[in-house]
Design a protein around this ligand. Sequence first.
Ligand code: HEM
Length: 401
Amino acid sequence: TREAPDILSAEFAEDPYPAYRIMRDEFPLLWHEPTQSYIVSRYEDVHTAFRNPVFTTENYEWQLEPVHGRTIVQMSGREHATHRALVAPAFRGDELQEKFLPVIERNARELIERFQGAGQADLVADFATRFPINVIVDMLGLSKDDHDKFHDWYTAIIGFLGNLSQDPDVAAAGLRTREELADYLIPIIRERRENLGDDLLSTLCSAEIDGTQMSDEEIKAFCSLLLAAGGETTDKAMASLFTNLLTHPEQMAAVREDRSLISAAFVETLRYSPPVHMIMRQPAEDVELSGGVVPAGSTLTCLIGAANRDDRKYAEPDRFNIFREDVLIDRAFSAAANHLAFSLGRHFCVGALLSKAEVEVGTNQLLDALPNLELAEGFVPAEQGVFTRGPAELPVRFTTN
Ligand code: HEM
């Protein structure tokens, strides 16, 4: 029999998709010694792990707690429900449209203006890594002058979270961020409580459920979480969307022509190249998955990247096709989503609609501003990362007006 793939190998980091297929077909419930976790890769199993409340997220603590503090991602049960109810209303569709669409539009425009005249850009460094962070800083009602500072904190946090080789300098930079962000944010949060405005930070300061409000420290932790959960994901989704369209010119032409296809292109990108490839869960009791038992208290690694390419669920799963009919676009941004990129159930991404608004605005503006957009000559796109994954760079050229 064949040897089971290793999710920590160099070969896997280079291209996980062949290993995902072997796992789905031959090792659907795999014990992985180095991470001391069970791994599931089939759509049905990952779906169950997200949907069934017997699976909690307690075991995220070791990974997230040192850099953010305690956030809703690690919470479960009543504590999670309360905190989710405190923060979720600020990310609902109508709230976003009214308050934050102009913020999203302005930030896309300001970034594009910086490189529009150059005829070339790196859409990762010049746009994707900055756009969602600038949007979050402005939504929170913090100073625009601090966009670069937040970009540095963001880079340190995602470096820490993706630090598989345990580089001590990367770890130290991430941990430093926790102190620096607290020193910066706590005084602003205290001040904002006295002078509430129309911004997201004010909403978080005043939100109340059953007499519970968020503490200064909890608001700070949530803001820190937003940088990673809302930044890195939308960053990688934008970059992957453009990579996918630029490598499929006929689909790019269709999207340029009919902009209502952008949301289909986004959803297919989330299926085909999801920003988050792995999510952890912990069963509170023994659970049977793919014929094996996942014991209570163990760690379960759920491979979103593998589940989204499962041929038991999708026809021709390795083909990027914005016209496919087995992905339901109208459900893709709700907890009923039929791809798994935002997870499902209780922890379903709070920011799904925000990411949709950002990607639609960003894509529309980039297509308007950059005629004849194409990959830089000789550039071969490649993805990077294991827990999260996306293009490290995307050099392009275009015509200037
Ligand atoms: C949760 C993906 C954008 C905020 C999640 C989870 C995933 C995810 C997979 C579930 C984690 C779990 O189940 O353990 C994505 C992707 C995005 C995106 C692929 C973009 C394409 C955003 C944005 C924000 C955001 C823009 C806000 C600014 C959150 C928060 C949670 C979350 C706060 C935690 C929810 C909870 O634990 O109840 N996201 N996300 N995300 N996301 Fe997103």
